[in-house]
Design a protein around this ligand. Structure first.
Ligand code: 2PG
Ligand code: MG
Length: 428
């Protein structure tokens, strides 16, 4: 037994930002230190993601996690007892073997990811280090370019508009702190604009303003106005980043824009997005096509990669093999990294490494169902991902992450290790 030997693994039910049950795991080491991790949860999920185990039935509309919690307290706790918390890869591999399914359906990705995060936190505690530093070791680190939601939409706002996330990136900022100031001003300006128009109607799931718009383009237009109203120059100080989340409204290359009551085929969709890139200061587009429409991705990326970052989320589900395939097919040039899509830190890191090897942009991302867990802020820094997507500049489960990054920036002594706009893939 060494000080970093795992002596106890324990889980309980806690709640996420939608008030749904989720799994919290605690890992104690022989030295007495503990680490904690909480599973987040998506609403617009890729069909190839690792599966969260939910109890079904009527309580909590079927979202309860009694079985997932029991899986941590039973088989996972027994298997991990006596292992070294510093051996993250071995611990994660053990859980993958114990589960035995390709998508973690038996023990539940929510059970496994909470433990995986808790083991890393305990390991960092064992060294008396922040998680970002523990993860980085001697590798370079950076404070990420933030992608901050201004308006929510899609599955996060009752499908009030089709686009899921309308975000801004403060591409002209020189420090992380300045970047946050800029987005705080833009978020506030957007709220003022909505209030003046009599359209202020609260916020969507990730804290972006509720999208009271007559068309998707009106949302784009309003985002540009908000950037200007905040005293920023659209396209040089701050630019627009979109998550179309097209798998949510597309099937077999046909896309139904419910708000505008029109259906587009693959070419129509490509043309609409290229028009938007032409008319609005857009620097990044996520999931522009459905996960079942590879031809849409390849056509669009060929036409748009000189202008924007093209991010695979539902398409790639934080999977190294899928990322390698996407690089070979040139279907996108960036990837979202969500630990719970993969299920373990080790698999998420492998996905990130595969993406970097392919020259892809890498964006660590929160889920729409989040908690006070700030681990992803540390992953973005410690893994040198370059970009981070968390949701809006509102609601504590989101702001907790931005605040944690301000603490990390402060702890670094303000020596300006901000990834900046250089974190986006080269326009070629
Ligand atoms: C996404 C995320 C975050 P969800 O699609 O990128 O916005 O949403 O967690 O619901 O998948
Ligand atoms: Mg997405």
């Amino acid at each position: 037994m060494t000080p970093t030997t795992i002596s106890r693994v324990h889980a309980r039910r806690v709640y996420d930002s939608r008030g749904r049950p989720t799994v919290e795991a605690e890992v104690r080491l022989a030295s007495g230190v503990t680490g904690r991790g909480i599973a987040p949860a998506g609403a617009s999920r890729g069909s190839n993601e690792a599966i969260d185990l939910r109890d079904g039935g009527t309580l909590y509309a079927g979202y309860d996690v009694v079985q997932a919690v029991a899986n941590v307290n039973g088989p996972i706790a027994r298997a991990l007892f006596g292992m070294d918390a510093l051996e993250q890869v071995q611990v994660d591999r053990k859980m993958i073997e114990l589960d035995g399914t390709p998508n973690k359906a038996k023990l539940g990705a929510n059970a496994i990811v909470a433990v995986s995060l808790a083991v890393a936190q305990a390991g960092a505690q064992g060294f008396d280090m922040p998680l970002w530093q523990y993860l980085a070791g001697d590798d370079p680190v950076s404070l990420p370019m933030p992608e901050v939601q201004i308006f929510g939409g899609g599955a996060h706002a009752g499908r009030r508009i089709d686009i899921q996330d309308l975000m801004v990136m403060p591409i002209g900022a020189w420090t992380f702190g300045d970047a946050i100031t800029m987005v705080a001003e833009i978020y506030r300006a957007a709220g003022e604009l909505m209030r003046e128009r009599g359209k202020l109607a609260g916020v969507a799931d990730e804290g972006g303003w509720w999208p009271e718009f007559a068309s998707n383009e009106e949302a784009l237009e309003t985002t540009v106005r908000a950037i200007e109203r905040a005293g920023c120059h659209p396209g040089s100080d701050a630019a627009i980043s979109l998550d179309i989340a097209a798998s949510e409204f597309g099937r077999d290359g046909r896309y139904t824009l419910a708000l505008e009551k029109r259906e587009l085929d693959r070419d129509g969709m490509t043309q609409m997005l290229l028009d938007w890139i032409e008319h609005y200061p857009i620097v990044s587009i996520e999931d522009p096509f459905g996960e079942d429409d590879p031809a849409g991705w390849v056509n669009f990326t060929r036409a748009a990669r000189h202008r924007v970052q093209v991010i695979g989320d539902d398409l790639l589900v934080t999977n190294a093999g899928r990322i390698e395939q996407a690089a070979a097919d040139q279907s996108c040039n960036a990837v979202l990294i969500k630990v719970n899509q993969a299920g373990t830190l080790t698999e998420a890191k492998a996905a990130l490494d595969a993406a970097k090897a392919a020259g892809f942009g890498t964006i660590v991302s929160a889920r729409s169902g989040e908690t006070e867990d700030t681990a992803i802020a540390h992953l973005a820094v410690g893994w040198n991902a370059g970009q981070l997507k968390v949701g809006a500049f509102a609601r504590s489960e989101r702001v907790a992450k931005w605040n944690e990054l301000l603490r990390i920036e402060d702890a670094m002594g303000g020596d300006g290790r901000f990834a900046g706009v250089g974190a986006l893939p080269p326009k070629k």
